[in-house]
Design a protein around this ligand. Structure first.
Ligand code: SAH
Length: 387
C-alpha cells in the first residue's frame, strides 16, 4: 500500500502493523463533519427527533438548552427522558471542536483557542474583552484559498469549509465561557462576532449566512445577537457582497482592500485579478446604501509596499468618488509579520502621515489596536475589527 500525506510519501507497507507513525505522517481525513443540531433548521430538527421517536415539542426544549443556556451536552438535559439523552447526544451532538490549547495575553483579556476538527484540521478563534464589549473572532474555513501573500493562513491553501455548527460551536463556547465567568474579568456577555479568523467567509457563503441567521435569530431558536454586532470581513467577492446585501440581515461588512490601485492590489490580494478595486468599492457602497450600515475598509500597513502618501490620497479619492464619506470607515492595521516573510509593518511616522492625509480629506479613520500580537493573533492574522 502506498499513500501520500501532505506531499510526503508514506512507507510501502501496511500501516496497521502496530508501528505508530509520527504525527506528521498521519494523513488527515478531510471530510464533511458529522451532522449537528446547529446544522439544522427548525423543520430538520423536528424530523431528526422524530427518527429518534421524539415528539416535536422536544425541539424547543433542546433549542433552549443550546441557544439560551449554552449547554452543549444532552446527557445533562434533565428535562429529556433519561432513556433518550444518550441517543440525542450520539445522533445530534457530536463533539465538533476538540480543544487543543488556549493561549492568553493582554493581561488575560485576550484568549486564543486552538481547535482540532473531526478530520484533524486545525482552526482558531480569539476572544477579546474590552470595557464596553466582548468580541469573538471566528474561523469560517480550515485554511483559505485566497492566497494573500502577507497572510499566514493564505499560504497553506484551503482545506475545507467549516459547517454551520462548527462556526456556531465557536460562538457558543465563547459565550458560555463568558457567561460562566471562566474568562478573566468576571462574568460577561458576548456582544460581537467578527469573521476575521481563518478563511474567506463569502467563499463559504450559504453556510456562513446560515450561521449568521442562527446568531441573530431570537431565542430559543437562535442566540439572539444583534446583527449590528456582527462583522463579515471579505477580500471582495463582488457577487456575494451583492447577495449579502439582499439577505435582510444588516451585519457590518468589512472589505480587506489593502491597496487603492489595481496594479498593487493584483499582487497583494490576488482575487483582485477577478474583481477590481472599483467593482469592490461599488459593491461596498451599494451594501451601505441597502443596509444603512457603515462599511469598514481594512487597510494593512505594509512598509514601503502600500503605505506611500500618494496611496492615501488615492484611497481618499476613490472613496469620495462614491459620495458621502459617512458610509465608509477606514481601519488601518499594522502588518503582523508572518514567519519567513520579508514584509514588515510601516514606520510610525509613515503611518501617521497616512492617517493625516485621510483625515485632511474628511475620511473617518482609525488605527486598529493590535490585540493578540504576542500570541500571533491566529497565524498572525486574527485580529478584531476595533475602532
Ligand atoms: N478572508 C477574510 C477574513 C479573514 S482575514 C478577509 O480577507 O477579509 C481578516 C483580516 O486580517 C483581513 O483584513 C486580512 O487582510 C487581515 N490580515 C491577514 N494577514 C494579516 C497580517 N499578517 N497582519 C495583519 N492583518 C492581517
Amino acid at each position: 500500500m502506498s499513500d501520500t500525506a501532505g506531499g510526503l510519501k508514506l512507507p510501502n507497507q501496511p500501516l496497521d502493523n502496530g508501528v505508530k507513525l509520527p504525527l506528521v505522517f498521519e494523513a488527515p481525513r478531510r471530510g464533511k463533519p458529522p451532522r449537528h443540531w446547529a446544522d439544522l433548521d427548525h423543520d430538520e430538527r423536528v424530523a431528526a427527533l422524530s427518527t429518534l421517536g421524539l415528539p416535536a415539542f422536544r425541539v424547543d426544549q433542546i433549542d433552549r438548552h443550546l441557544f439560551e443556556r449554552l449547554d452543549v451536552d444532552p446527557r445533562l438535559f434533565t428535562d429529556l427522558p433519561s432513556s433518550v439523552r444518550d441517543d440525542v447526544a450520539a445522533a445530534l451532538f457530536p463533539e465538533l471542536l476538540h480543544p487543543v490549547r488556549d493561549v492568553t495575553c493582554d493581561g488575560d483579556e485576550t484568549v486564543k483557542s486552538l481547535w482540532r476538527l473531526h478530520d484533524g484540521a486545525l482552526v482558531e478563534s480569539v476572544l477579546m474583552r474590552y470595557p464596553d464589549r466582548n468580541t469573538l473572532c471566528v474561523s469560517s474555513q480550515a485554511g483559505c484559498g485566497m492566497a494573500c501573500p502577507f497572510c499566514a493562513t493564505g499560504q497553506g491553501g484551503l482545506q475545507r469549509n467549516l459547517s454551520a455548527a462548527e462556526i456556531i460551536a465557536q460562538v457558543i463556547d465563547a459565550a458560555g465561557r463568558l457567561r460562566r465567568g471562566e474568562v478573566s474579568g468576571g462574568p460577561g456577555r458576548l456582544s460581537n462576532v467578527v469573521f476575521m479568523g481563518m478563511g474567506e467567509p463569502l467563499a463559504n457563503y450559504r453556510t456562513v449566512v446560515r450561521s449568521l441567521r442562527m446568531m441573530t435569530e431570537p431565542a430559543p431558536r437562535g442566540l439572539g445577537m444583534s446583527a449590528r454586532g456582527i462583522t463579515v470581513s471579505t477580500v471582495g467577492l463582488v457577487p456575494r457582497i451583492e447577495q449579502l446585501a439582499g439577505e435582510g440581515m444588516p451585519v457590518t461588512l468589512a472589505i480587506s482592500l489593502h491597496a487603492p490601485d489595481d496594479e498593487l492590489r493584483d499582487e497583494i490580494v490576488p482575487i483582485n485579478t477577478r474583481w477590481k478595486v472599483s467593482e469592490v468599492l461599488d459593491a461596498a457602497w451599494h451594501y451601505a446604501e441597502v443596509t444603512r450600515r457603515r462599511v469598514s475598509i481594512e487597510y494593512i500597513m505594509i512598509r514601503d509596499i502600500n503605505d506611500q502618501p500618494e496611496r492615501a490620497d488615492l484611497l481618499a479619492a476613490e472613496l469620495k468618488r462614491r459620495g458621502d464619506f459617512g458610509w465608509f470607515h477606514v481601519n488601518l492595521i499594522p502588518l503582523n509579520p508572518t514567519p519567513g516573510s520579508v514584509w514588515t509593518a510601516s514606520r510610525r511616522s509613515v503611518e501617521k502621515e497616512f492617517v493625516r492625509r485621510l483625515e485632511a480629506r474628511g475620511v473617518p479613520v482609525t488605527v486598529r489596536d493590535t490585540r493578540g500580537r504576542e500570541i500571533d493573533g491566529a497565524c498572525g492574522q486574527l485580529a478584531a475589527l476595533e475602532r
